[in-house]
Ligand binder design. Structure first.
Ligand SMILES: [Zn+2]
Length: 166
């Protein structure tokens, strides 16, 4: 029902949903239908990516300050915070902190699923907000302005969404 991370936060009163307010470690969250994020993409995909990237970086800066930890600890924090967004569970399949190259697979990507439901099969990857969030979060972790490109997508008929960060 709840991930161990969320359970731990609930126990410490660091996660709550009450009176129209969702709070995760002192920061307000919004639980929107997944379609809303998919439709925001349609306004301007490039801008949506850039703004998601900005938000991803600011968010992880905030949680890094609150939760602290080493850089290996930071990767775990990124995974847990990202998971709490409901965008899917990330699997880091490659992490090269020297070359600053990361590969991530999200086997059950929420945006990928909703795009597939809406459009049957897309020509291009659909998870641009997810890619933007990952770019921002990993720019913070790798201490370098990196970009994230989605190379396979559930919406295109692939088995999972794969992201390359460099
Ligand atoms: Zn996707």
């Amino acid at each position: 029902m709840f991930s161990p991370f969320i359970k731990k936060l609930m126990f410490a009163r660091q996660f709550s949903i009450d009176n129209g307010v969702i709070e995760l470690i002192g920061k307000r969250q919004v639980m929107l239908p997944s379609e809303a994020l998919l439709y925001f993409d349609l306004i301007d995909e490039k801008k949506a990516y850039e703004l998601a990237k900005k938000s991803g970086k600011e968010t992880i800066e905030y949680y890094a300050k609150r939760l602290g930890g080493s850089s290996e600890g930071m990767l775990k924090i990124i995974e847990e915070i990202f998971e709490s967004f409901g965008l899917g569970k990330m699997k880091v399949t490659k992490f090269d902190g020297i070359q600053k190259v990361v590969e991530i697979i999200i086997p059950d990507s929420t945006i990928g699923h909703v795009a597939k439901e809406k459009y049957k099969k897309t020509k291009d990857p659909a998870c641009c907000i997810t890619a933007g969030m990952l770019a921002g979060m990993f720019s913070f972790l790798l201490k370098k302005d990196v970009q994230c490109k989605e190379v396979t997508c559930i919406a295109m008929g692939h088995g999972g969404c794969k992201f390359e960060i460099r």
